[in-house]
Design a protein around this ligand. Structure first.
Ligand code: FRU
Length: 451
């Protein structure tokens, strides 16, 4: 018997997946007229990577997604690789046809995929109907080949210098910034090197500790790493080494939404969870839950924090809450539930413990006091206790576990395949008693339409 669409055994219930076939990177993230647009690398014809096309979904709340017809399909310049989208409020590109500003998509024409092969270049397309239909610019490409498989343009409006700024991946660990008055003519502004990192740049300013007078620019690379620095409209001057925000097994190619209204003011990011396994499913690959990014001062300097967006609360059903519970080794705390989707929020005082943690469907999310490391699904990250405490937030879906430690200073996005028999959540301590200062277990609803 075939399961109904969106309710198959391994279908994530509150993480975006295409109805059918392959996806990888999120693309063209833009908010317009009450809709969060999520375009995505998509193979409309197969369960594996290929025929790269921009799929499209929209959401009113970052949680419930409706997939729409594909937006951009391969053409003579190549298949459609990753890129971004903006609202062209001032019609700088001259592509507005009606009363509303157009959306402009900026993407890579991956020429090597067409016959005869042509080099990778950057192209644009416009939509005057809220992203439903797209017209490719007749003058494409708008940025010619520079080097190698240069790709993944991410564009932002930089008001102080009245220009569009594009971050582009070049080759090796090299990226560059380009400027344009109209999204059609681009000049190279500066080069940016990110040792060890390649693909899918993002580039945006954020206030430090919420102070709008203290802004740093974040230059992000696909592997979940970033540089912090200053940008004057021409040059990005890094002030840090490469720092890591994403420590999990699967977080990759994250991108942030453009044109989030000032009244909202958040910088919101979503990533591909690269490499998850979904046997016998009609889709392949899932995205992370959207996270809000902030910059905060720490004893090590300013760092990027990632926390799941507050809209997650829309999914909450029953909540169980504990306070000041002492956990003893061998006596696990097991919430009574037959739900399979959870948000867990815990503040833990490890007291005498050597290790504290959470078993998620037989997989161990463990904080080891002897090493100061948090481990989830075979990946490890150093996490320092703060005031002697560990704060953990976890989002648990059918085939993914996302962990945010110390309010999102460390995040780990990971995929797993559950054993049919393993449903429990269990909180444990080893080597000594630990105290659960607070523990909340929220049962979550599916974000897909009910059967
Ligand atoms: C990253 C990436 C991008 C490219 C796209 C192709 O996962 O390799 O660099 O544009 O995927 O699907």
């Amino acid at each position: 018997m075939t399961s109904p669409l969106y309710h198959e055994t391994h279908r994530p219930q509150f993480h975006f997946t295409p109805a059918r076939n392959w996806t990888n990177d999120p693309n063209g993230l833009v908010f317009y007229a009450g809709e969060w647009h999520l375009f995505f690398q998509h193979n409309p014809h197969g369960i594996k990577w290929g025929n790269m096309t921009w799929g499209h979904a929209v959401s009113p709340d970052l949680v419930h997604w409706t997939q729409l017809p594909n937006a951009l399909e391969p053409d003579a310049l190549g298949t459609i690789f990753s890129g971004s989208a903006v609202v062209d409020w001032a019609n700088t590109a001259g592509m507005q046809t009606g009363a509303e500003p157009p959306l402009i998509a900026i993407y890579t024409s991956a020429g090597s995929e067409v016959k005869p092969p042509v080099p990778f270049t950057q192209s644009i397309a416009s939509s005057n109907d809220r992203g439903r239909t797209w017209t490719k610019f007749a003058g494409n490409p708008v940025l010619g080949h520079i080097v190698g498989a240069n790709r993944d343009p991410k564009v932002i409006w930089h008001a102080p210098s009245s220009q569009w700024v594009m971050a582009l991946y070049l080759d090796g660990n090299d990226y560059a910034l380009f400027g344009s008055p109209n999204l059609r003519d681009w000049t190279r502004l500066c080069d940016v090197a990110m040792p060890g990192i390649s693909e899918c740049p993002d580039f945006f300013p954020l206030p430090v500790d919420g102070d709008a007078t203290r802004t740093l620019w974040v230059f992000w690379g696909a592997a979940g790493c970033y540089l912090l620095g200053a940008f004057d409209g021409r040059t990005f001057a890094p002030e840090t080494d490469v720092l890591r925000a994403e420590w999990g097994a699967n977080g990759y190619a994250a991108q942030t939404w453009s044109d989030v209204p000032a009244s909202d003011g958040r910088r919101i990011q979503i990533a591909w969870m690269a490499g998850g396994k979904y046997p016998a499913m009609p889709f392949n690959q899932q995205f992370t839950f959207p996270v809000e990014l902030t910059l905060r001062s720490t004893s090590q300097g300013v760092r990027l924090y990632r926390q799941p967006v507050r809209e997650r609360e829309l999914l909450r059903q029953r909540t169980q809450r504990w306070e000041q519970v002492t956990l003893q080794p061998g006596a696990n705390l097991i919430p009574q539930t037959d739900c399979e989707l959870f948000e867990v929020c815990a503040e833990i005082d490890p007291c005498e413990a050597q290790a504290v943690g959470l078993l998620v469907r037989g997989h161990d999310l463990c904080y080891d006091l002897s090493t100061g490391e948090l481990s989830a699904l075979d990946k490890r990250a150093a996490v320092a206790l703060e005031g002697g405490r560990l704060r953990l937030q976890a989002l648990i879906d059918r085939t993914s576990l996302e962990v945010f430690a110390q309010d999102g200073l460390v995040s780990m996005s990971s995929c797993f395949l559950p054993e049919a028999a393993d449903w429990n959540l269990e909180f444990y301590t080893r080597g000594g008693a630990a105290r659960l200062v607070t523990l909340e277990v929220h049962e979550l609803a599916s974000a897909w339409p009910a059967l």
